[in-house]
Design a protein around this ligand. Structure first.
Ligand SMILES: *Cc1c(COP(=O)(O)O)cnc(C)c1O
Ligand code: SF4
Length: 338
């Protein structure tokens, strides 16, 4: 990691993860040199990279095998020319999220849960991301906008759970996160906060003692859903992060997206469930990819995905088999396919 370029004032030392979070690789050429890969072999998708740039924490690059274009982590990160192939039915907002967006930063689709897009950015850009076209700028609420979101939650006693999602809510500082948590805690009918994050995977150092203690001290039940798609993404560092969270009473789940060329094999998915369990995390959802423009090359046909889950079921205890789901606009929950 490179040294910080600004002098740090003693009383305001950022935690080490904040320096790591600012040490992002965004230059495709730099990524390829670190991985000893030849750009001629798989040229950058220029317009894909312009629309949704390469972004990955330097630390996480250590999880990628050098010299291998087929590496399952690299495939999730590299802006490929396949993204530029127009595919019919692949649209910018397949989930019609703008329909369920009554207040900036808030999505209310399912009766008892609301989702807050808590941060305007992520530590990593995942090529398959269904929010790759999301209007984060228009959904980066100020504190005043936040008041409208909390007023919406406070006015609807059916809401029991608040999801903090992305962008990545753990891209916020502990102080900003703590402020959000306090606002949620102050609404009496909310019992649970759920954090959806990829930070436990791409920068597990983010889970520092101060953050974990803040969750442990909350009156709310705290659920954390990690987003991990392949066992190679799990590390000693993620294991330590999950231990810290669990010892502060946080319930740990994982959700994955089934992705062609990354994890669409039964042995790969079985290995993922086993390593997650080794790290204290249970599989929750396996998402069928959404039809987002630029992601058609990751698509797995539904019957193929169902067959993979059947193979998982034949070899794993039921608690290590994720639910195969897809989000379909207008339904009152995600739709189960297995
Ligand atoms: C997925 C999702 C939820 C949570 O659904 P669960 O079935 O409880 O996991 C809530 N709100 C939105 C907008 C979602 O996309
Ligand atoms: S971390 Fe999540 S929200 Fe952010 S780019 Fe990846 S999939 Fe999308």
């Amino acid at each position: 990691m490179s040294a910080p370029s600004v002098a740090i004032i003693e009383s305001d030392v950022p935690p080490p993860w904040q320096l790591m979070l600012s040490d992002l690789i965004t230059d495709p050429q730099e990524l390829l040199s670190l991985l000893s890969l030849n750009p001629q072999e798989k040229p950058l998708g220029l317009s894909a990279a312009a629309q949704f740039p390469l972004k990955v924490p330097r630390w996480f690059v250590s999880r990628i095998a050098p010299g291998d274009w087929q590496d399952p982590i690299l495939r999730q990160l590299w802006p490929a020319q396949e993204e530029e192939i127009a595919a019919p039915n692949y649209v910018v907002d397949p989930l019609e999220e703008t329909r369920f967006n009554p207040v900036p930063g808030l999505l209310h689709k399912y009766t008892s849960r609301v989702l807050l897009t808590a941060a305007p950015h992520c530590a990593v850009h995942c090529r398959y991301c269904f929010r790759r076209h999301f209007d984060y700028a228009g959904n980066a609420p100020s504190r005043t906008d936040w008041q409208a979101a909390f007023a919406h939650i406070a006015a609807d006693a059916r809401i029991e759970e608040v999801l903090l999602s992305g962008g990545d809510p753990l891209a916020l500082s502990n102080r900003q996160f703590g402020w959000l948590l306090e606002q949620i805690e102050s609404i009496a009918h909310v019992s649970t906060v759920r954090i959806h994050t990829r930070m436990t995977i791409v920068l597990p150092q983010r889970i520092d003692a101060e953050f974990a203690a803040m969750l442990g001290a909350s009156r709310l039940k705290v659920v954390l859903v990690s987003h991990c798609n392949h066992a190679n993404e799990l590390s000693d560092e993620s294991s330590a992060a999950f231990k810290t969270l669990a010892s502060n009473g946080v319930t740990l789940f994982n959700q994955s997206v089934i992705l062609a060329g990354v994890n669409a094999r039964s042995d790969t998915l079985i290995a993922l469930s086993k390593v997650l369990f080794d790290q204290g995390v249970l599989p929750y959802y396996l998402h069928l990819p959404d039809a987002v423009a630029g992601t058609a090359h990751f698509d797995v046909p539904i019957p193929d995905a169902q067959a993979l889950v059947a193979e998982m079921q034949a070899q794993l205890p039921g608690y290590l088999v994720p639910r195969l789901v897809r989000e379909e606009p207008g339904n009152d929950s995600k739709t189960r396919y297995a």
